[in-house]
Write a protein that binds this ligand. Structure first.
Ligand code: SAH
Ligand code: SF4
Length: 356
């Protein structure tokens, strides 16, 4: 029998497995609490668990049961002390990144959904790496467990989650949704679904599925350009699902779920940060309940573009706001720890990691 990581099982999956092996449904709740409320790394050693459950654990441990190991290989802190980046080692030696940002009491973890990414956005260090593989639900859950352990040791706790690390979360839909259900499940890590945000480059069929399944998480679309020619040059995925289809899916999300649509716009000097670009974007979003997050490009070795200057970013923000579109400039946190998407791993491999 194959080895199963407990982090790969949904609550229902765990319960079905236990009941199938002759245990009680209540044992699932006891084990879940141990794994996710206590963040126990060696549950078979726990003497407070009911004896049949302990027996089940010790008989299978290391043979058919385990925990997906995502060990912390490297931990880098930014000089402002507000961003920490974890480089995690997976069982097949793949490396992924998890970033922790924030202040005590309101920490946000930025999770990876894949090793590498198939979408090939030209300015992105992960895109420049290419696709390696999907992460399992358990490997995504393990990132949250590691982050929560670290924060708990300091007396803190995780409050927000964003799927904005390496990879395109909607390309790995099932694993991402299962992982998010696990970390929101009570009693456990018990995050509020409204504090979880999924960022996509714009995979239209998966966005429609997200709406139809009424997923309780916020959705953010990485837009970066407001004409097909400009967007396709930055984000090859736009050739498959051009702006008209993407915007229709965004309107569907916002109208059907009654939620505000978030857009990300990475500001690249001269490429998408002029007065004309701001006007074009305002025209595209007119009439939609939308909010735009502006992020100045974090330069990567594989892309010739540079970050917009502060004055250009500010002028862009004011133009959008003047056109009635809510808009915020976000800091690309922890640039000095190469916290841009995929940049720590790229830097360690001598690849596309700039910004450090
Ligand atoms: N694949 C998803 C989520 C991960 S990327 C997506 O693309 O939305 C998270 C965000 O970082 C995206 O908005 C992406 O466009 C942006 N990003 C990637 N590389 C960047 C860079 N070098 N500088 C600034 N933003 C970047
Ligand atoms: Fe993938 Fe997002 Fe990077 Fe594009 S920006 S290559 S979708 S991780």
């Amino acid at each position: 029998m194959e080895m199963v990581s407990l982090y790969d099982l949904s609550f229902e999956g765990l319960r079905a497995r236990l009941v199938g092996d002759g245990l009680k449904a209540a044992h699932a709740t006891a084990l879940w609490r141990t794994l996710y409320r206590d963040l126990e790394s060696d549950p078979q050693q726990r003497e407070d668990l009911p004896p049949p459950l302990r027996r089940w654990l010790s008989e299978g441990w290391g043979k058919t049961l385990g925990l997906s190991v995502a060990s912390v290989k490297e931990r880098v802190e930014s000089s402002d002390g507000m961003t920490r980046k974890l480089l995690l080692d997976l069982s097949d030696r793949q490396e992924i990144e998890t970033v922790l940002m924030g202040y005590p009491g309101r920490f946000t973890a930025c999770l990876s959904s894949q090793a590498g990414c198939a979408m090939g956005c030209v300015f992105c260090a992960t895109g420049q790496m290419g696709f390696v593989r999907h992460l399992s639900a358990g490997e995504i859950v393990a990132q949250v467990v590691q982050a929560q352990r670290l924060l708990r040791a300091e007396g803190g706790a995780l409050r927000n989650l964003v799927m904005m690390g390496m990879g395109e979360p909607l390309h790995n839909y099932d694993a991402v949704m299962q992982a998010l259900e696990t970390v929101c499940h009570k009693p456990g890590i018990s995050l509020a679904p409204s504090r979880v945000s999924v960022s996509t480059v714009g995979l239209v069929p998966a966005m429609v599925r997200f709406v139809e399944e009424k997923r309780p998480y916020a959705l953010a679309v990485s837009l970066h350009a407001a004409t097909d020619a400009e967007r396709s040059a930055l984000l090859p995925v736009n050739q498959r699902w051009p702006l008209a289809e993407l915007m229709e899916a965004c309107r569907y999300y916002s109208e059907r779920l009654g939620r505000r649509m978030f857009f990300a716009w990475t500001l690249i000097a001269g490429r998408n940060d002029t007065k004309e670009h701001a006007e074009c974007l305002a025209g595209l979003l007119g009439g939609m309940d939308a909010h735009v997050n502006l992020i100045r490009l974090n330069a990567t070795a594989g892309f010739g573009g540079g970050a917009s200057g502060e004055a250009a970013a500010d002028a862009f923000r004011k133009r959008l706001q003047g056109a009635g579109i809510p808009c915020t400039i976000r800091q690309f946190r922890g640039i000095d720890v190469a916290a841009g998407c995929g940049q720590l791993r790229a830097a360690r491999r001598g690849g596309g990691g700039g910004g450090s």
